[in-house]
Ligand binder design. Structure first.
Ligand code: ATR
Length: 289
């Protein structure tokens, strides 16, 4: 570090367990940028001061996570379209007079899905879950032109609320909300599915949101937002029925890579650096068990 070091960081509370400093400093090293990325523990009631203070201190970019992703929006100069639509910001980029807020979860998921060769335009989709992760997934599927999205959730009222939100934004009735237990009424096969509930996550690995093998016959490929374990029971069901299945690790990685590239538009994080970052995450996860 020297007098020209660019400073970025992450605002969260707690922040101690974040992997972002390890990953972002690795990208800085591998892309040859003189940048230091540091953790900032920010109390909820001091968020405004933190954003203004960061700007005054010439901080170039920030990640923002729990519990500040919504609250931070009111302190920003501008919002990109996805962040404004979703109502959550995870990345701040310094612009004239303040920060612009971005949501890199949506493009991170899109990059992960596209990389598996999945084309969402005119694709028949199924989304399981209606929480925060489902919101990003439903938005992405609708924006990319999915022909239909069957939205399955345990509590049907949440599925209805999310469907209404997406359908209003998209200007068409693409999302069809359903109770999770009604999965057998989804017609035909050839679907791409995203699993966004916490069911099957470590340590409760012997569970999937749907256990009936007949459901999985409908799926051509599926993405599980979970990455611990690396192969969930949901993914095993998908593969047993002949479909392709992927875990959520790339979404996690890519939302960080996209943030890094927003702060440093002159460089790209290459595949070797991403592979190294993936190793660091896996080491961290295995060390934590
Ligand atoms: P996230 O932000 O990670 O998406 P969340 O907002 O808490 O987390 O959402 C959790 C999702 O997992 C919800 O869709 C939830 O279903 P409900 O809306 O019915 O609560 C789903 N979920 C959690 N535990 C579940 C279980 N045992 N069976 C089925 N769905 C479950």
């Amino acid at each position: 570090m020297d007098g020209k070091t660019k400073v970025c960081g992450i605002m969260a509370n707690p922040v101690e367990h974040s992997m972002s400093p390890v990953l972002q400093n690795l990208y800085a090293e591998r892309t040859g940028i003189n940048l230091a990325y540091v953790p900032f523990k920010v109390e909820e009631e001091r968020l405004e001061e933190a954003v203004k203070g960061a700007y005054a201190l010439n901080v170039q970019g920030m990640n923002v996570t729990v519990p500040h992703k919504q609250a931070v929006m009111q302190y920003l100069k501008e919002l990109d379209e996805t962040a404004a639509d979703i109502g959550a910001v995870n990345t701040l980029v310094r612009i004239d007079g303040g920060y612009e807020g971005y949501n890199t979860d949506v493009p991170g998921l899109l990059r992960a899905v596209k990389e598996e060769g999945i084309e969402l335009n005119q694709k028949k989709c199924i989304l399981i879950g209606a929480g925060g992760a489902a919101k990003a997934a439903a938005y992405m599927m609708a924006k990319e032109g999915a022909s239909v999205i069957y939205l399955l959730n345990r509590s049907v009222d949440k599925a209805q609320a999310l469907a209404q939100w997406v359908n209003r934004l998209a200007g068409r009735e693409t999302v069809k909300p359903m109770a999770l237990s009604d999965y057998s009424s989804i017609p035909g096969d050839g679907y791409f599915a995203i699993q966004s509930t916490s069911v099957g996550m470590h340590p409760n690995t012997d569970a999937a949101p749907i256990e009936d093998p007949a459901f999985y016959e409908k799926l051509e490929a599926a993405y599980d937002c979970i990455y611990t374990p690396s192969e969930t029971k949901f993914m095993k069901h998908v593969k047993a029925a002949g479909g392709r299945a992927f875990n959520g690790l790339n979404m996690l990685l890519y939302q960080g890579v996209i943030a890094y590239e927003l702060w440093n538009p002159e460089v790209k994080v290459d595949d070797a650096a991403i592979a190294e970052a993936r190793m660091r995450i896996l080491e961290h996860l295995n060390g934590g068990k």
